[in-house]
Design a protein around this ligand. Structure first.
Ligand SMILES: Nc1ncnc2c1ncn2[C@@H]1O[C@H](COP(=O)(O)OP(=O)(O)OP(=O)(O)O)[C@@H](O)[C@H]1O
Length: 258
């Protein structure tokens, strides 16, 4: 791990009119670290994730990202084109619904290859070979490369979305409930796969989940949100085994021992 954070977030806030989306959120994210944002429905997890990934503009606060050359850039001051380039190359975003992150009417191979072309790949044979490698890595049979994702199961679609995101070797991946909406056995397999990939690639991940068991399995550190505020944060095992805040204690006892 580097001795400098990959992402520095300072006093980030977003309001919807008079309603709090998220308020005054600050944290650092380190290279190779998986941070889970947990909390009940409406606590502000998605708002925070969307502000961090610039899909939503925060009302106030600063997000600094360490670029590949080591320099920090203020994300809020980047041009739209620079932000989009970052999203297509050095960052990934895995949506809960794979249809939001895939192009359903083009082949699986093209879904993966498209991201490669965004970083300058032009050689058709190499793009197809890399796409095949990635399909294999996410446990999709290579003979499905020309099929459209609409012919895939939910779990396969999600694995394809992951391949599409990881093919450009991003350093930071945002995930919004990536195992939500899947059968329990499919969820377990996907989580296993994700955990392996994150470890092998040394990815930094910010994952939103309402499922504390998912957070336990995949994250190093956890932030608990309530009414738009981060009310507790710490190492995942510490927060789950020894929650300090009464609200976290309630959340842990109601969900883990359900
Ligand atoms: N587009 C919007 N317009 C107005 N209010 C919004 C909008 N999006 C979210 N909110 C409000 O902001 C607060 C946080 O919502 P958010 O969706 O971020 O929570 P969440 O923890 O992600 O919930 P869930 O797990 O249900 O997705 C809620 O009070 C919600 O009603």
């Amino acid at each position: 791990m580097s001795d400098l954070p990959l992402l520095k977030v300072m006093s980030l806030s977003k309001f919807y009119g008079g309603r709090i989306g998220c308020a005054n959120v600050s944290f650092d994210l380190w290279p190779g670290e998986v941070l889970a944002i947990v909390g009940e429905s409406g606590s502000g997890k998605t708002t925070l994730l969307n502000c961090l990934s610039t899909r939503l503009m925060a009302d106030s606060g600063i997000i600094q990202y360490q670029m590949r050359d080591g320099a920090y850039r203020d994300i809020g001051r980047m041009s739209e084109a620079e932000r989009r380039f970052l999203m297509r190359t050095d960052w990934g975003f895995v949506h809960q619904n794979p249809a939001d992150g895939l192009r359903m009417a083009v082949s699986a191979g093209a879904n993966v290859g498209e991201r490669l072309m965004a970083v300058g790949a032009r050689h058709y044979g190499q793009i197809r070979e890399t796409a095949s490698d990635w399909l294999e890595r996410v446990e999709i049979a290579v003979d499905r490369i020309d099929d459209q994702p609409r012919a895939f199961s939910g779990g396969m679609r999600q694995r394809l979305q992951i391949a599409r995101n990881l093919v450009t070797s991003p350093r930071l991946v945002f995930m919004d409930e990536p195992t939500g909406g899947l059968d329990v056995s499919v969820q377990a397999r996907l989580l296993d796969l994700l955990r392996g990939l994150v470890q092998d690639l040394g990815l930094s991940v910010i994952i939103v989940t309402h499922d504390l068991a998912v957070a336990r399995l995949i994250s190093h550190r956890m932030m608990v949100m309530k009414d738009g505020h981060v009310i507790e944060q710490g190492l995942t095992d510490r927060v789950l085994d020894d929650p300090h805040e009464p609200y976290t204690q309630l959340l842990v006892s109601s969900i883990l021992q359900a």
